[in-house]
Design a protein around this ligand. Sequence first.
Ligand SMILES: [Ca+2]
Length: 470
Amino acid sequence: MNRRHFLATTSGLLASLVTSRTHAAPTKPNVVLVLIDDLGYKDLGCYGGDLFETPHIDQLATEGMRFTQAYANCPVCSPSRAALMTGKNPARTGFTGHITAIGRHRHPEKSRIIPPQDKMYLPHAEESIAELLKPQGYVSASIGKWHLGEKGHWPEDQGFDENIGGWTHGSPPTYYYPYKKPQKKWNPNIPTLAEGKPGEYLTDRLTDEALGFIERQQENPFFLYLTLYAVHTPLEAPGNLAEKYRKKFAGKETGIHPAYAAMVENMDRNIGRVLEKLKTLGLEENTLVIFTSDNGGLEDSAVQKPLREGKGTLYEGGIRVPLIAKWPGHIPANQTTDQLSMGTDLFPTIAAATGTTPQDPTKIDGYDLTPTLTEGKAIARKPQVWYYPHYHSKSMRPGAAIRKGRYKLIETYDPVDLALYDLEADLSETTNLAEKMPDKAKELLADLHTYLDKVLEVRHTPNPAWDGQA
Ligand SMILES: [Ca+2]
């Protein structure tokens, strides 16, 4: 069954489900998409984490489906978010690096490649989830981090009716009211957040705004994109919550900053407030809630093991993320799936849930996850590709990666190298099988190049100044 046909089928299914309810008029489901920043794969209790308290998200997982093999679209913020918002792989939109961080296009003077001089914004022509839903009567709010371009490319330019706290940059100057610090180039003050109250903490404040939006829009179908800055740096804890973890971690080799632990717990409490609000207003049954992260956690802040490394790398620690979805009556409770997924899947999944068709489904890289969510069915998909030709972390050089079945291939461009991993046998990516299994490596490399050749308009180039050193 092709995707277009599938969308039509699920739309019909949805319509029959909706009209069979007690409401006289068909009701479009609300969509709450919670995107956490830099959350580690093992930070949450429901993912096996035992250092932090995350009871509300753990509860969410018992009320819906939890994915164990969900991937972010990119190991860093902006491209991952642009792809999530459009359903298109960063390679396809040419939005491959993070915005406004120092030296996005930076490379060592004599590096082997020059990263692509790619877009520094999400073009207006791209259809966002908010734009997808608008013709269906949805009211949309982006609350929190945006990070998809300078002014003129903010949420209000991508179909959102409200933008609270979203703008050019990707991390707050501080989580403490009044959210201002002496100007620093890499994290200036947020201009889209109205005055608050002394003592406020940013994650609490953004959640307050989300609760207000839900109350205001409870009679409309709404799309809430709650994109908390947490748990991105700076590591600043709310109130005295860090003290609890300082005591808890005393004498243990956790390697975790108590402030990070406190930020995770506070984030969880706030997700609990949103879920409680939906319940109180009687919206729980008619709301699809999706929870995920934009990329892996920082290797030295978050809990990643047994995944290798973290944010900024193409190893599992950089791209494998939590993903949980809840929709009572549609997604059975207490389910876990090993279905492979990508952040780009959320666009077509939300389209199917709302009975909406994307402007051009042939350009969508994501897959509608409805068969998995509603019936636990496996979805056959093309190999998943990541293109990240940027000099980011010390240990990971620019490159690309592909996941096909149990195997993953990482091709690095500087130095030129190939690494093949069997993720079923070697989740921690310790053993490079490229030489032992040359045919498999060749197959994945061909698949990777076929996809990139098809979609890439702007790619990395050789550096004429390369000195021949690896
Ligand atoms: Ca991030």
